[in-house]
Design a protein around this ligand. Structure first.
Ligand code: ZN
Length: 450
């Protein structure tokens, strides 16, 4: 949800597209997928472990049809908008117009990219509105429209403010190094991605939500979570545990890890802490601890950095081909010694190429994400072994709470799961948890020796 809004930073998102997949190692709403059937994957149980009462089941089926439609239409729509900007010569018209209204090149560039950010964000507004309406209709979102538009405006302001600066920088690199710009762009994108991950919990997340120390509001829960910390032998002191005031916006459950190094933390939504039994929060916390101790954020960053290298290289070549083939039709012309791809409109072609690549690579990025999520599920269940009476039961109960709160689809289509879900589906997570008992014959888990 938040990711899609921040993607008013769609521009920035297009560049740091995969970073999102890794940073968001959270138990997000519209997600799921079959268990990244790990080594220890058991047979499917007879009875599904995730079930909904009949009234909620009907709602979940209807809501997921809407979510799915919006998601697919949204991905394709983003590409169509970029193509339309080029094919109708709106982009080249905007470029010429900004050249008329400003004298300095950098001001022209800022204006061009700021308008581009506004256009792309506005183009996504109808779909965002539809998604929010559906979420509200089914009782998941409880945010006022004023609050929702407030968040939307903040995301737009970020896209215009930072997004346009960033695009201007990349555009300038294109001019400075017409042949190797993709390499320089990559060399800047990687540390930038790390920086954004580092500052996100301190500077970005508080723009949208309020946080306070979990210790302050839920001391008993913190004491329980400290038991998990002790068993995992991790270094997550109470001052790295935060409560997010999500209840003003949603009834959904969530917890997540974010940050890097000095800013690394675990965040539990206030719809989860206090509303869900502490045992289940311990499991969710165990899952998040898994992300924390297995260095999933860092692994995600590394995989993103390596992938981006090839993505940038391929996209530069593909965009170059598009400019040669369609440049005339799209109003892109060489000027003042600037190669066509390095013009502002040429840069939109580059964004178009990166967007196509990110669309095509979505299943791969999501498969990687689902693998990490499954690992965290296994870790979480092992982390609460010995701390709760029955880890299987606790894990299954928390998946049911999660699925019911978000009205998760109890039987999602497998192809859809592979393409769109960044977490295994609740159905498969619950099925796995119900059968996962490595201790039964005196054995031990994958991550703990007892
Ligand atoms: Zn997770």
């Amino acid at each position: 949800m938040r990711a899609s809004r921040l993607c008013g930073l769609a521009l920035l998102g297009a560049i740091v597209w995969m970073g999102a997949a890794c940073g968001a190692a959270e138990q997000n709403p519209p997600e799921g997928q079959p268990p990244a059937q790990a080594q220890s994957a058991p047979q499917q149980p007879q009875q599904p472990a995730y079930t909904l009462p009949p009234d909620k089941l009907a709602k979940a089926i209807a809501l997921n049809r809407i979510r799915l439609t919006l998601e697919i239409v949204g991905s394709v729509w983003g590409l169509i908008v970029l193509w339309l900007l080029l094919a109708t010569r709106a982009a080249s018209g905007l470029e010429r117009w900004t050249e008329r209204i400003a004298r300095r090149r950098w001001v022209q560039g800022l204006a061009f990219f700021a308008f581009l950010a506004v256009i792309l964000t506005l183009a996504g507004l109808p779909l965002d509105l539809a998604g929010e309406s559906a979420s509200r209709h089914y009782g998941i979102s409880v945010q006022s429209w004023a609050g929702w538009f407030g968040d939307w405006s903040k995301a737009l302001a970020l896209a215009v403010g930072f997004g346009s600066l960033l695009l201007l920088l990349f555009n300038w690199i294109g001019k400075a190094s017409p042949r190797r710009f993709w390499l320089w762009g990559w060399a800047i994108a990687v540390p930038l991605m790390v920086l954004v991950t580092f500052i996100a919990p301190v500077f970005l997340e508080p723009i949208f939500d309020k946080f306070e120390p979990l210790q302050k509001t839920n001391p008993a829960l913190v004491a329980d979570l400290e038991k998990v910390v002790a068993r995992t032998g991790t270094n997550i002191p109470p001052d790295r545990m935060f409560l997010m005031k999500a209840s003003v916006k949603t009834n959904g459950l969530n917890a997540y890890v974010s940050g890097l190094g000095a800013t690394r933390r675990v965040v539990v939504w206030d719809t989860t802490a206090g509303r869900v039994p502490d045992d289940e929060v311990m499991f969710i916390f165990g899952h998040e601890s898994g992300h924390y101790v297995l260095h999933h954020i860092v692994k995600g960053l590394v995989v993103s950095a390596v992938s981006l290298f090839f993505v940038f290289w391929a996209c530069a070549a593909f965009a170059g081909w598009m400019v040669r083939r369609f440049g005339g039709r799209w109003g892109i012309a060489e000027r003042e010694g600037v190669v066509p791809l390095a013009t502002r409109t040429g840069f939109v072609v580059l964004i178009f190429a990166v967007s196509i690549a990110s669309f095509l690579l979505q299943p791969a990025a999501n498969t990687f994400s689902r693998y990490l999520e499954h690992q965290a599920d296994v870790y979480g269940q092992e982390a609460i072994h010995g701390l709760v009476p029955d880890p299987q039961k606790t894990a299954v109960a928390s998946f049911n709470a999660l699925g019911e709160a978000w009205l998760e689809d109890p039987s999602p289509n497998r192809f859809i799961e592979i393409w769109l879900y960044d977490h295994p589906s609740v159905k498969n997570r619950a099925n796995f948890a119900a059968d996962y008992d490595p201790w039964k014959n005196g054995g031990h888990g994958e991550f703990f020796s007892h």
